[in-house]
Design a protein around this ligand. Structure first.
Ligand code: SF4
Length: 302
């Protein structure tokens, strides 16, 4: 039996709700608006890296003229225009682009710009007292690379609580977080470092931590937990590459065993739903609203 016949037979009559807190964050909306506005009067725009980790949105923008370039292509690009996405970039990228006569459309999210500035300022102080900048984030992530670049690469990245073993806590430490990390995990890391310093009898004033998780993300974690708990099943829509998507889906899974991560309608299995059950549709900060709506339209026809 094909999917269409199956749907008609089952008559699931689902109670569907799209999470009002899901969809693109402010920084991504801003970047996409800039790009689309530019492409109204220009037929090409080179984005350094994916503007958003969502293949279908990339495809949509690709049809309008946006292409994705990497650092190799950037070094060969001359007298052209480079688009910098919301994640931000290290200073070296700006130098490389400008040295080849390129213009830059800089859509680094203002929240990330503020964090870059804070890290630079803090580094200028802490380096004089033999201290280190620590970043809680994903190694190799574009935003993290942009942050490390602010301090000439002289920052240590920790990805989880185990990585605290790598730190020299006898010296001054300034801890920052990538903007999209889980606030609860960040708090556990802060607590663990504080306890270790206390246990060893080191000066607690040498440990400074900064809450640099984006408010759009931190509020999303707690809202999503409640949303996942309130439904019989959850459809989480996200691109495979989105690290924010992976983390937010984990929240759904922890709070609702019937949580499923999909990229598009074709990934949905109607066996997941009981008749007349409630279904929540939500997604990452890189998931556009039109994709959530598409899933909702499909489920409502079952
Ligand atoms: S998650 Fe926050 S910091 Fe990151 S791009 Fe979106 S609004 Fe900006």
């Amino acid at each position: 039996m094909d999917r269409e016949n199956n749907k008609r037979e089952m008559g699931l009559n689902l109670d569907i709700e799209i999470d009002s807190n899901s969809g693109f964050c402010y920084g991504v909306i801003r970047a996409i608006k800039h790009a689309e506005r530019f492409l109204v009067t220009n037929n090409k725009l080179h984005s350094l890296g994916e503007i958003v980790h969502n293949n279908r949105e990339i495809e949509r923008l690709g049809k309008k003229g946006m292409d994705i370039i990497d650092y190799n292509s950037l070094s060969n690009l001359k007298n052209d225009i480079v688009f910098i996405r919301a994640h931000g970039e290290p200073p070296q990228t700006y130098i490389l682009a400008k040295n080849n006569g390129n213009k830059i459309i800089d859509c680094t999210c203002p929240v990330v710009l503020k964090l870059q500035q804070k890290i630079r300022e803090c580094y200028n102080e802490i380096k004089n007292i033999d201290g280190s900048i620590i970043i809680f984030g994903k190694k190799g992530h574009a935003e993290v690379n942009g942050l490390i670049g602010q301090v000439d690469g002289k920052a240590i990245v920790i990805e989880n609580i185990k990585d605290i073993d790598l730190l020299d806590i006898s010296r001054p430490i300034a801890l920052f977080s990538q903007t999209t990390k889980d606030i609860e995990e960040y708090n556990r890391i802060i607590k663990e470092i504080t306890q270790r310093i206390d246990k060893k009898g080191f000066d607690p004033n040498n440990f400074k931590f900064h809450n640099t998780i984006c408010k759009q993300v931190s509020s999303r974690y707690s809202n999503l937990k409640n949303f996942a708990l309130s439904k019989d099943s959850i459809i989480f829509v996200s691109g495979k590459e989105s690290s924010n998507g992976k983390a937010l889906f984990e929240i759904c899974k922890q709070n609702n065993q019937n949580s499923y991560k999909v990229e598009a309608i074709d990934d949905i299995d109607i066996e997941w739903f009981r008749p007349k059950s409630s279904v929540g549709i939500c997604g990452a900060t890189s998931t556009p609203n039109w994709q959530l709506q598409e899933i909702s339209n499909f489920l409502s026809k079952l």
